[in-house]
Design a protein around this ligand. Structure first.
Ligand code: UD1
Ligand code: CA
Length: 458
């Protein structure tokens, strides 16, 4: 099969977003709008992938940097036709078909792009336009047809009459065309219109004069919607979420209350995992099979092994959790945490940059930072690693099978040998030998009849 090339237009500011950020860098499901389009395009394995940037070009090219992209700069934004003109040198020498895509339609899929390409090839016209039927056409160019249903031209909203504005078939801004006609057509576009812009849509009458234009009206209007303002962005976020969660359910994941959950575009979830209400799974999250994620958990940049139970209100970021761990409710795991199998972290525990060995338990009200905790360790309630002296961070190392009583402080740097016991209330300031008991407590004294004496005094 002969390959195609792809040109994505992403130089616009997105004035209607009212933002300092270029529109294509606004986030949908945790990834930039343009990232979504590029993912769909890559499924086609194009011969060349060129992207036109302009407003915020450095930022766009930095965030989406990739060796397969041919970046093109459009220094002045004079319209979509001008954007394509700027890209002509980058397309020079290529043959066959070119897909031109607006950079602000993030839900498009490889399947839709492939259908557009197939449609173009099977009809043999020099230009194919992808249109859709929408309830609210405002903001889009309207597709004008003659009485026989043949495409006449595309009219931008700002140039349209009252009557033309009522048309609900609109231009998606996605086209497929023969590369050998492109530069002639682009060179003939003028800017006599309401916006004084060079409209790419003006190639329609030119292609008509040279053999005809095919219109493919894609039935999936929801999947082809564009983002011009923040209300449309929120709507697409919802559509994406509903579609993605439906996909995970079809692959054997239970969502108890799908519409209350948020799942980033790149999340992976194993079969038979149950996700309860109000859960957020942010970018970079992988959840294994057979897990249970309780209500109100927020997890990102984390890998959760199989058969873990994460009870309500846990917050995990940058962590690695092996199989069969139990977390929460109200556990907070910060970046750099690794939990081995069957670890239990209970309520109101915060762990940062630490590894915890298999089967260890940190069940209540603890802070563990910059620590290496062995396996089979029991950390009592209220234990704290004092890891920061005001200038530097220091490590606490606790060997296997250590028993730490309640309310212990480890003043780091400090090491505890395997099998040691730390008595409740101890402030550990020296290394503890293996199998010993460490205890630092003031002796308890009793003042007899204290209550009576106090009464007399007052
Ligand atoms: C464009 C189409 C309209 C279509 C709509 C679909 C034209 C003239 N109009 O209108 O028919 O219904 O898209 O969303 O093409 N861009 C550049 N350089 C520019 C201007 C725009 O790269 O100088 C890029 C933008 O970043 C954006 C895309 O082209 O990704 C579309 O631009 P936008 O200004 O949103 O065009 P619309 O007015 O929506
Ligand atoms: Ca647009």
């Amino acid at each position: 099969m002969n390959r195609c090339s792809v040109l994505v237009l992403a130089a616009g500011q997105g004035t209607r977003m009212r933002s300092r950020l270029p529109k294509v860098l606004h986030s949908l499901a945790g990834r930039p709008l343009l990232w979504h389009i590029l993912q769909a395009v890559r499924g086609l394995h194009p011969e060349r992938l060129a992207v036109v940037t302009g407003f915020g070009a450095e930022a766009v090219e930095h965030v989406l940097a990739s060796p397969d992209i041919h970046w093109v700069r459009q220094y002045e934004r004079k319209g979509t036709g001008h954007a394509v003109q700027c890209a002509l040198p980058a397309l020079h020498g290529l043959r066959g078909d070119l897909l031109i895509l607006n950079g602000d339609h993030p839900l498009v899929t490889t399947a839709i792009l492939d259908s557009l390409l197939q449609h173009h090839r099977s009809h043999g016209m020099p230009l194919t336009v992808l249109s859709m039927l929408v309830d609210n056409p405002s903001g889009y160019g309207r597709v004008m047809r003659d009485d026989a249903g043949r495409l006449l031209r595309i009219v931008e909203e700002k140039d349209a009459s009252e009557e033309e504005r009522a048309i609900r078939e609109v231009n998606t801004g996605f086209y497929c065309l023969s590369l050998d006609r492109l530069s002639d057509w682009i060179g003939a576009i003028g800017n006599q219109n309401a916006q004084n812009e060079y409209y790419l849509t003006d190639i329609v009458p030119m292609a008509k004069a040279e053999g005809g234009v095919e219109v493919w009206m894609c039935p999936d209007a929801e999947g082809l919607a564009g983002v011009n303002d923040r209300a449309q962005l929120a709507e697409l976020e919802r559509v994406f979420r509903d579609r993605r969660i439906a996909e995970w359910m079809s692959r054997g994941v239970t969502f108890v209350d799908p519409s209350s959950c948020w799942v980033a575009a790149d999340v992976q979830i194993g079969m038979d995992t149950v996700i309860e209400s109000q859960v957020m799974l942010g970018p970079g999250t992988v959840v294994g099979e057979g897990c249970q994620i309780g209500p109100f958990c927020h997890i990102q940049e984390s890998v959760i092994g199989p058969d873990c139970r994460i009870l309500p209100f846990c917050h995990l970021e940058g962590t690695e959790v092996e199989a069969e761990c139990t977390l929460g409710p109200y556990a907070r795991l910060r970046p750099g945490v690794r939990l081995a199998r069957k670890v239990r972290v209970g309520n109101f525990c915060e762990i940062k940059k630490s590894t915890i060995g298999a089967g260890s338990k940190i069940s209540h009200l603890s802070y563990i930072g910059d620590a290496q905790v062995g396996s089979g360790v029991n950390v009592g309630a209220g234990t704290i690693t004092c890891n920061y002296d005001g200038v530097h961070k220091h490590r606490t190392v606790i060997g296997d099978h250590v028993f730490v009583g309640s309310d212990v402080q480890f003043v780091a740097p400090v090491q505890v040998g395997p099998g040691a016991t730390i008595g409740a209330g101890t402030t550990v300031t020296k290394d503890v030998p293996a199998d010993s008991l460490a205890i630092s407590r003031a002796h308890q004294t009793h003042v007899m009849n204290w209550a009576e004496k106090r009464k007399v005094r007052s």
